[in-house]
Design a binder for this molecule. Structure first.
Ligand SMILES: Nc1ncnc2c1ncn2[C@@H]1O[C@H](COP(=O)(O)OP(=O)(O)O)[C@@H](O)[C@H]1O
Ligand SMILES: [Mg+2]
Length: 242
């Protein structure tokens, strides 16, 4: 049997007395788009940190392509093929969009020529190559989010973890990002996405995990998850309708 692309079991993170992530089992198969949702403070970003090398978990195991990655530094994990975005996006404002994306590409490409090519391909994938030579500091929010996605794509990943890349975007910008994420999957990159915008999640995801107070309260196909009474109570609300 071939190994799952990502497999996390029993992942736990504590901050003092707070259990921010409690014994979470989570897996991703190649070519899936998997959603991770839940109220603010549920532990979503902390879970990303724990599986991508930014925070050593207090318990559990994480493997990527069948290899134990617990304890590896983020750049090592990125070189193995898993890269993530950050919720707070901070590009270098004086540099061009292309140069910012190349900063990501240099983590896996040594030669500037290769980094540049990877950066241009990443910008094309998120339909942003027309901005390549503009100052990153001039980008509106939607553009900064796309830059961030391009930056992780330029690391030649097999799996990307997107943390609220659609927050603050307009509905038409949501549609552009949905298309961009679909293009990313078609290009052979598997996606895990943290997002609050439910139509986006429902539209994109093959499977969804729901966290609440650090606990996994539901996992499954979108239509199952939105009907789950505990998900409605904890997150969606009784009035929820798409
Ligand atoms: N570095 C930290 N130190 C202490 N508490 C933290 C830290 N990071 C997150 N937390 C707490 O852990 C919980 C989960 O936070 P987070 O993972 O950011 O949630 P989400 O991304 O789902 O909104 C929250 O209660 C938050 O206050
Ligand atoms: Mg978060």
């Amino acid at each position: 049997m071939t190994a799952r692309l990502l497999e996390a079991s029993g992942v736990t993170v504590r901050f003092g007395g707070l259990i921010a992530v409690n014994a979470i089992n989570f897996h991703v198969e190649k070519d899936e788009i998997v959603g991770l949702i839940g109220p603010n403070g549920a532990g979503k970003t902390t879970f990303f940190n724990a599986i991508s090398g930014f925070r050593y978990p207090d318990g559990g195991a994480v493997s990527f392509k069948g290899v134990n990655i617990l304890g590896l530094k983020p750049h090592k994990i990125s070189r193995m093929g898993m890269s993530r975005t950050f919720q707070i996006v901070k590009p270098f404002p004086e540099m061009s969009v292309l140069d910012n994306v190349m900063m990501g590409a240099f983590s896996v490409h040594k030669a500037a020529k290769d980094a540049r090519l990877a950066a241009m391909q990443a910008l094309e994938l998120v339909k942003f190559s027309h901005w390549a030579h503009r100052r990153a500091g001039d980008l509106p929010v939607a553009g900064r989010k796309r830059l961030e996605v391009a930056k992780v794509l330029a690391c030649d990943p097999e799996l990307i973890l997107l943390d609220e890349v659609m927050a603050g975007l307009t509905p038409s910008e949501h549609n552009e990002m949905i298309e961009a994420v679909r293009n990313i999957r078609t290009s052979g990159v598997t996606v895990v996405i943290i997002e609050h915008v439910m139509p986006v999640i429902m539209n994109l995801c093959d499977r969804i995990y729901v966290l609440h107070h650090g606990e996994l309260i539901c996992e499954g196909a979108p239509d199952k998850v939105i009907r789950d009474p505990e998900v409605v109570r904890a997150y969606l609300g009784e009035d929820f309708a798409l």
